[in-house]
Design a protein around this ligand. Structure first.
Ligand code: DGP
Length: 212
């Protein structure tokens, strides 16, 4: 007998796009529909690797750029056994950032190609759906100032947006661009519809391998 697996749903976007708010609303909506669902986020700051990343993001430590890229990737790989277990139990995972943030953020730094950045994440569980929350720079600015963590400047975020745009040209990934300058409920309605469709499709398919 085959167990109907859960779907791997990823929300991506630049900082201030509303990913965390929308992940929470989506989980709530799925649970209300009696669809088992759990949220995950990357970086997962609670593990030993996550603590190194957290200290780097808070600018309490400095790490060489290649090294930090590999740590972010390792931080995803260390969650893979748990992710697979949950998906196989029929739990849909709603994930706040994944390998796409990994590539978009590092490739925004000088001297990094997209290919080099993708390599360590090749073979991760492939998302059944990646929704890119697209906000205009003016809307992002209206949502308030960036915090004090590393990467939180508008110049860097523009380069990150370009990285995402390159990644979205890859049709082997199921991308959906969500206009996220609209109000929270309209954005949520779109995200929910795409997710329900992805859950139905995922049920009958094995978990794929990213970028392979
Ligand atoms: P968040 O907790 O979602 O605010 O993410 C923390 C910051 O880390 C955010 O600026 C995005 C960045 N980030 C997330 N994943 C990666 C990654 O894999 N590599 C790099 N270089 N940065 C990442």
């Amino acid at each position: 007998m085959t167990c109907r697996r859960g779907a791997l749903i990823v929300l991506e976007g630049v900082d201030k796009a509303g990913k965390t708010t929308q992940c929470n609303k989506l989980i709530q909506a799925l649970l209300e529909n009696e669809q088992p669902a759990e949220m995950m986020r990357f970086p997962e700051r609670t593990t030993m690797i996550g603590q190194l990343i957290n200290s780097y993001l808070e600018k309490k430590s400095n790490l060489e750029d290649h090294t930090v890229h590999l740590l972010f990737s390792a931080n995803r790989w260390e969650q893979v056994p748990l992710m697979k277990e949950k998906l196989e139990q029929g739990i849909t995972l709603v994930v706040d950032r994944y390998a796409f943030s990994g590539v978009a953020f590092t490739s925004a730094k000088p001297g990094f190609t997209l290919d080099w950045c993708k390599n360590p994440d090749v073979g991760l569980p492939k998302p059944d759906l990646v929704m890119f929350l697209n906000v205009s720079p003016s809307e992002a600015a209206r949502r308030g100032h960036f915090g004090t963590e590393r990467y939180e400047t508008s110049v860097f975020q523009r380069a990150v947006q370009q990285g995402f745009e390159e990644l979205m040209k890859d049709s082997s990934v199921n991308w959906q661009v969500i206009g996220a300058s609209r109000n929270i409920e309209d954005v949520h309605a779109d995200i929910k519809n795409h997710t329900i469709e992805a859950i139905t499709t995922a049920m009958t398919q094995p978990i794929g391998h990213l970028w392979k």
